[in-house]
Design a binder for this molecule. Structure first.
Ligand code: SAM
Length: 277
């Protein structure tokens, strides 16, 4: 039993590393923090659309384990996709965000929403305390669309668990197989790997699949696609600019682009880990 678990874990752990390497070979370069600084404005518009549709759908999936007195650690919080809608429902949110551009936009969004029960730590996940004190424990530890940037994911999951006195949650993107993006549609989906890794390590994850939508103006969509093109493919040429513009305009309606996405909300309680021999 223990041997089988080890074999399963090595398989999925290797799969994660393989996916990371394959993506790295396909793209121009992985995003560093300055890329997230540049994406802050457009990411914010996207996440705020439909009254924080994404964050509210994730909240709904987690409502069974949350209560008004709950505290949350939101790692890689971005523009406040979860921080804002969760702070409106629970006691306190601690947002961790290393990009100055994102952290500034997050503070603006918090102010705009009129919520005060939040704090922002401008740091990388790997720089958070490894041996946390009693004060650095949360009812919910969440990370959304961040783990894909780590070649070695398991140490980060264990780190999340050290901050949890309740549940942990990972929100992982599910690629659109009809329209693979430049960041890479991998054969084995991120959530499938993470789910199996957790199972092989005695966790009991629950998974909810959520669909959410956001809207952007044609100009914002073009600017975002140009940034992504430069990050993941190559320098922009006049031809590339024209192709992006044509594609965006063709998909727009009344000057707006509707973007439909799907994610897996993977939740488990680290206190329920069972590793029987
Ligand atoms: C795709 S965005 C996701 C934002 C938000 N969690 C969401 O789902 O809307 C990725 C975010 O992770 C942050 N990030 C990148 N590397 C990180 C790291 N090592 N530790 C913590 N956050 C990181 C980026 O600055 C960016 O805000």
């Amino acid at each position: 039993m223990a041997r089988q678990r080890e074999v399963d874990f090595s398989f999925w752990n290797e799969q994660w590393k393989q996916n990371y390497i394959e993506r790295e070979q396909r793209i121009r370069s992985n995003p560093l923090i300055d890329y997230w600084d540049k994406r802050a404005r457009d990411f914010s518009l996207m996440r705020k659309s439909n009254d924080y549709d994404f964050g509210r759908k994730v909240y709904a999936a987690l409502s069974g384990v949350l209560h008004p007195d709950a505290t949350m650690l939101d790692i890689g919080a971005g523009p406040g996709s979860f921080t804002v809608p969760f702070a409106q429902k629970i006691k306190f949110v601690t947002a961790v965000e290393p990009s100055k551009g994102m952290a500034d936009v997050l503070r603006e969004n918090v102010k705009e929403a009129g919520v005060e029960n939040i704090t922002v730590i401008e740091a990388l996940l790997e720089d958070l305390p490894q041996d946390p004190s009693h004060d650095f424990q949360f009812d919910l530890v969440a990370i959304s669309l961040v783990l894909w940037m780590f070649p070695d994911v398991w140490p980060r999951i264990l780190q999340m668990e050290r901050y949890a006195k309740g549940s942990c949650v990972i929100v992982a993107g599910i690629p659109d197989w009809k329209n693979p993006g430049v960041t890479g549609n991998t054969d084995v989906e991120e959530f499938q790997v993470l789910y199996n890794m957790l199972i092989s390590q005695g966790r009991f994850p629950h998974v909810d699949i959520i669909d959410y939508k956001c809207e952007r103006t044609v100009a914002d969509e073009i600017a975002c696609r140009e940034l992504m093109y430069e990050q993941y493919e190559q320098d922009l040429t006049l031809e590339a600019e024209e192709n992006i513009r044509r594609e965006v305009v063709a998909g727009a309606k009344d000057g707006m682009c509707l973007i439909a996405s799907r994610s897996a909300v993977i939740r488990w309680d680290p206190r329920e880990v069972v590793l029987k021999d």
